[in-house]
Design a protein around this ligand. Structure first.
Ligand code: FES
Ligand code: FE2
Length: 362
């Protein structure tokens, strides 16, 4: 894509980290095909019921075994056997780890070596989250998890599947430092604001009056890696966590999801709470669409002009670069950035009663 190479973030085209690739419920109907990171994948549950994610191309002749090559009278459904999957061209069989275990030629020493790549995936908060690393490394940190997901007072999200955006994910993360857009884009000017970097976490704390509702809104928002944002939001008697996730599809194209985990009024959330949760998620989505529409129509900002009154865009981009950098450079990037950063002329959370972080993972 036109807006990709000039970012010069590191040797890899895509960042490593945890990314949402599907909702867990999508696997109820069987294996699904996916395309992310300019690659084709297959995602399915085998006998173990654990999610399994493999490259979609058989290593024998590079057939995409998620493709439909059905012949008359024979189902085109992917063949899952135990936790293994069978290629529908010559019937070679791959385990959940991507090793060949059966089919013609499976005993040949050559083809035996022809494993395909398997990816770490977990069921987490109604989503399938994948660890992606172009260099095939193991996960360096855990995916985010909210204790409230298992609390019956809280109503779980049903994710909004948003369209793909023609934008580099770096520009989505620029919003973490963008104190000034909250007034103009969202009608909720920050009265105080700060950013913090903590290793693989990028945190924002802020608060201000939502002008439309005349209610004070406190938010603590954090990215875990580059793909998954969670935001605790408290206003009036309402508390919820908003999720905004992005996963690169191609270089310069990102797919987005959105949802809200909402605290009901009853120890066991009832229909009324479910209804209120749906409304809250719809309101949050409407607010988010203001950002979404800006991203949708903007052109790449390879360099932002950072004014003194802007938040620390440049530091945010430096933090972002750690997920592209060779692993041996990650520690020094983190050490240089870790800590709290304030924005000139903007009061700090300490000067206001920002007190919503007690159950957050930082
Ligand atoms: S291409 Fe898959 S078994 Fe031959
Ligand atoms: Fe925004």
């Amino acid at each position: 894509m036109a807006n990709s190479v000039e970012y010069k973030l590191g040797p890899n085209t895509f960042p490593r980290g945890w990314f949402i690739v599907a909702e867990s419920k999508e696997l109820e109907v069987g294996p699904i095909r996916l395309r992310f990171f300019s690659q084709d994948f297959v995602l399915y549950r085998g006998e173990s019921q654990d999610p399994i994610m493999l490259d979609a191309h058989c290593n024998h002749m590079k057939t995409n075994y998620t493709g439909d090559n059905s012949r008359a009278g024979k189902s085109s459904v992917l063949q899952i056997e135990g936790d293994a999957i069978r290629c529908n061209r010559h019937a070679r069989c791959y385990t959940a780890d991507g090793e060949v275990v059966g089919g013609p030629g499976a005993d040949d020493p050559g083809p035996k070596l022809a494993t395909i790549r398997s990816y770490p995936v977990v069921d987490n908060m109604g989503c399938i989250m994948m660890w992606f690393d172009p260099d095939c490394g193991k996960p360096e940190f855990d995916p985010p998890f909210l204790e409230q997901w298992n609390d019956s007072q809280w109503v779980r999200w049903e994710l909004d599947h948003l369209r793909e955006l023609p934008i580099h994910p770096q520009e989505l993360l620029d919003n973490m430092a963008d104190v000034r857009h909250l007034r103009q884009t969202h009608g909720c000017p920050s009265e105080y604001f700060e950013n913090e970097f903590k290793d693989h976490l990028y945190i924002q704390r802020q608060g201000g009056v939502m002008q439309e509702h005349n209610t004070y809104l406190y938010t603590s928002t954090w990215y875990t890696g580059t793909g998954i944002l969670l935001s605790k939001q408290v206003f009036g008697t309402t508390a919820m966590y908003e999720l905004i996730a992005n996963t690169p599809v191609e270089d310069g194209v990102s797919k987005l999801w959105h949802g809200c985990l909402y605290r009901g009024n009853n120890t066991e959330a009832n229909d009324e709470d479910e209804m209120a949760a749906k409304k809250a998620q719809a309101r949050a989505l409407a607010a988010f669409s203001a950002d979404f529409n800006i991203w949708r129509y903007k052109v790449p900002a390879l360099r932002n002009i950072q004014l003194q009154a802007d938040g620390p865009f440049r530091l945010g981009r430096k933090w972002y670069s750690q997920f592209y950098a060779p692993r041996e450079e990650t520690d020094s990037i983190q050490e240089n950035l870790n800590g709290i950063h304030h924005t000139k002329g903007v009061p700090t959370p300490a000067e206001y009663s920002h007190d919503i972080d007690h159950d957050l993972p930082f």
